[in-house]
Design a protein around this ligand. Structure first.
Ligand code: DGY
Length: 330
């Protein structure tokens, strides 16, 4: 690998601080090409630790679990010139502050699209068909006779699926939904070209999208505009007995509103892989039988985690070779 950088490349291999334990193959490539400080204990990096331990490093390879707000970015040692995040989401990094400080930021889009869309569908089906209750019945040895009237779920095939955010992952969810003959509706910052839309019905106003959401799949990024988007007023616009699925970011949902709609029966069920303040999630979710919960594992397949790591490394390689990183955000 050529080691050069317009602003003066580091002597020897670039030094990279890695904040989390990464898959072996990713760490092997890191150690082959970089002077990498790994975190084999996977211990927690808060802002202060990031600032202190990044001293003497040319870049940081972090995850969405490490926050880079303006207050931390401003204190980073001058030698830190790039933050490559092992995630597609980048709401944990203040991009404006990064630009102002001259910190290059990259992410890992594309490579986790299928894994995340698979989990969205798992959540959708599990929530609709009461998978948590059924599983529990068997594990707790409470399964009586087969019954025509118990464990009745929500029918999926042929229903209307509303996708909030029709980027790569939203479109991959739509592709899976076509196999279930669902009618696909979506809302997005801009309308997609017909070849990407593939017959999906565009709603300019997300408020209108909600009115047709027998199923709502949240696939938009977390931004100031989408923060607590799904609140009580918006849930009220949804059809009675709808199902909500979230594989994007927890803070797009207002937890108290969702929990009370699941309790009242306004919503039939929810399937959630992401939560506000995870892992310290709203305790109200834990007791809800009509909520299928996963611990943020949308991208958790070995193939995907390898691809995310290699994509982050491709970005670092490009940066230190003086080329524009493919996934540059700032
Ligand atoms: C992502 O890549 O954004 C996943 O949610 C993991 O952080």
């Amino acid at each position: 690998m050529a080691l050069s950088h317009p602003q003066g490349r580091p002597q020897g291999r670039p030094r990279i601080l890695v904040t989390r334990k990464l898959p072996d193959a990713v760490e092997a490539r890191l150690q082959r090409d970089y002077d990498a400080t790994l975190n084999p204990a996977d211990s927690v990096f808060d802002g202060d630790r990031l600032v202190t331990e990044s001293a003497g490093h040319d870049g940081i390879l972090l995850c969405s679990t490490e926050k880079l707000p303006a207050t931390v970015i401003e204190k980073l040692p001058a030698e830190v010139r790039i933050a490559a995040t092992f995630s597609v989401g980048h709401d944990h990094i203040d991009l404006a502050a990064s630009k102002a400080r001259g910190l290059t930021v990259t992410n890992t889009p594309d490579v986790l699209t299928d894994a995340t869309a698979d989990i969205a569908f798992l959540l959708l089906l599990a929530a609709a068909r009461r998978a948590y209750e059924g599983e529990r019945t068997i594990r707790e040895d409470r399964w009586g006779r087969w019954s025509p009237t118990t464990m009745l779920g929500v029918h999926v095939t042929g229903k209307r699926l509303a996708i909030l955010g029709m980027g790569r992952i939203g479109r991959a969810v739509a592709q899976r939904a076509r196999g279930f003959e669902m009618e696909i509706h979506y809302s997005n910052r801009s309308r997609l070209a017909p070849e990407l839309e593939q017959g999906a019905i565009f709603h300019d106003d997300p408020e209108d999208l909600l009115t047709v959401a027998d199923f709502l799949s949240i696939n938009c990024p977390s931004t100031r505009e989408t923060h607590h988007f799904l609140n009580a007023e918006r849930i009220a616009r949804m059809p009675d007995g709808a199902v909500v699925v979230n594989t994007a970011r927890g803070n797009i949902v207002h937890d108290d509103s969702l929990i009370s709609a699941l309790k009242s029966g306004k919503l039939a069920a929810a399937g959630l892989d992401v939560f506000e303040n995870e892992p310290a999630i709203h305790p109200g979710y834990r007791d809800l039988p009509n909520c299928f919960l996963l611990p943020h594992i949308g991208s958790a397949t070995l193939e995907t985690r390898h691809a995310m790591g290699f994509r982050a490394l491709d970005n670092l390689d490009a940066f230190f070779a003086g080329k524009p990183p493919r996934d540059r955000l700032a």
